[in-house]
Design a protein around this ligand. Structure first.
Ligand SMILES: C[S@@+](CC[C@H](N)C(=O)[O-])C[C@H]1O[C@@H](n2cnc3c(N)ncnc32)[C@H](O)[C@@H]1O
Length: 308
């Protein structure tokens, strides 16, 4: 018996599913939907790998093949395509801007939560005390995902400074996550990540149709703006300078060269006493001489006279 047949029989025995000679299901359990499995060839994977690197700077090695095929499969179904090559041909020149954005949305990993890596918030609390009077305290959440990082910072700033004198910009390449960020409404389970005092002061619990959700108070939203920024491209003009830039848990998706370019670009947006904050799994070791480490994962602008 061939291995394939043995596998088929095993599956048949387990699931009560019968295969015919052409490997298609002839009898599926009622109420269960099945779709054709479309294999992603190595050549097709390498095409998508190049595109997402070119567009977003995201480097996906071969271990990401299943992820790419799983996430892009939705688009094959949407267009009724039977191969990944058909989808690749649709997006490859980047001229179909909507589909390009959808592919970026699908291939980015957006995991985030409120008050992630609490030491950074302790640092921020200390830094606010040293702020220049009369100057707006500005923070940029540069890979903001669905907004939890920006709103965590906002709640902390509101607690320390009230509702004025500060401003936050959240940006991301994924328009899907930015829409969630702008909505400022989250499943109630996520409220457990927020310190009780902040929850009470800066969040509202959904009732009736909004049962099971909570949202961020309008007074906070006034000082938080979101925009689409691709860190792998020229930065928008007129962003101004920031006291703190959060660049957390995004560089893990970049290769060394992209990290270097992104950090050099962002460093230009720091005030002279500004800080760049990265994720705990990340490092700037050997990446730039424009910044110096203050503490693990927190960097400051190096002055011209400081030795490298
Ligand atoms: C894992 S999330 C990190 C969210 C948040 N900073 C945190 O630490 O919880 C990474 C985010 O980086 C974004 N991203 C990936 N490549 C990007 C790029 N080239 N430009 C801007 N954002 C990017 C993704 O869309 C995703 O939302």
């Amino acid at each position: 018996m061939s291995i394939l047949n043995a596998v088929k029989l095993g599956v048949k025995a387990l699931a009560g599913v019968i295969f015919d000679d052409t490997d298609t299901f002839t009898d599926v359990p009622s109420g269960v939907a099945y779709a054709q499995i479309v294999p992603l060839t190595d050549k097709e994977f390498s095409g998508f790998q190049k595109l997402i690197y070119e567009w977003a700077g995201i480097y996906m090695n071969a271990t990401k093949k299943a992820l790419v095929s799983g996430r892009l499969m939705k688009r094959l179904r949407h267009y009724n395509f039977s191969t990944f090559t058909q989808y690749f041909d649709l997006v490859k020149d980047g001229k179909n801007a909507d589909e390009k954005q959808i592919m970026i949305n699908l291939l980015t990993t957006n995991e985030t939560y409120f008050f992630r890596e609490p030491k950074h918030f302790d640092y921020l609390r200390e830094k606010i005390k040293l702020r220049k009077q009369g100057e707006t305290f500005r923070v940029w959440s540069a890979a903001a995902s669905s907004g939890q990082e920006a709103y965590s910072v906002a709640m902390l700033l509101a607690e320390e400074m009230g509702f004025s004198g500060w401003e936050i910009i959240g940006s991301d390449i994924s328009e899907h996550t930015l829409r969630i960020a702008l909505g400022a409404t989250y499943p109630i389970e996520q409220s457990a990540q927020i310190p009780e005092e902040y929850l009470k002061n800066y969040c509202l619990k959904g009732v009736n149709a909004s049962e099971g959700k909570f949202c961020i108070r309008p007074e906070i939203l006034r000082n938080v703006n979101f925009m689409r920024v691709n860190l792998n491209e020229e930065m928008p003009k007129n962003l101004g300078l920031f006291d703190v830039i959060f660049l957390r848990n995004v560089m893990i998706y970049f290769d060394r060269q992209t990290r270097q370019h992104v950090v050099e670009r962002l460093a230009k947006f720091l005030k002279p006493m500004g800080n760049l904050v990265i994720g705990h799994a990340e490092s700037l070791h050997g990446i730039t001489d424009k910044l110096k480490a203050l503490k693990p994962t927190i960097y400051a602008v190096r002055t011209d006279t400081e030795s490298r």
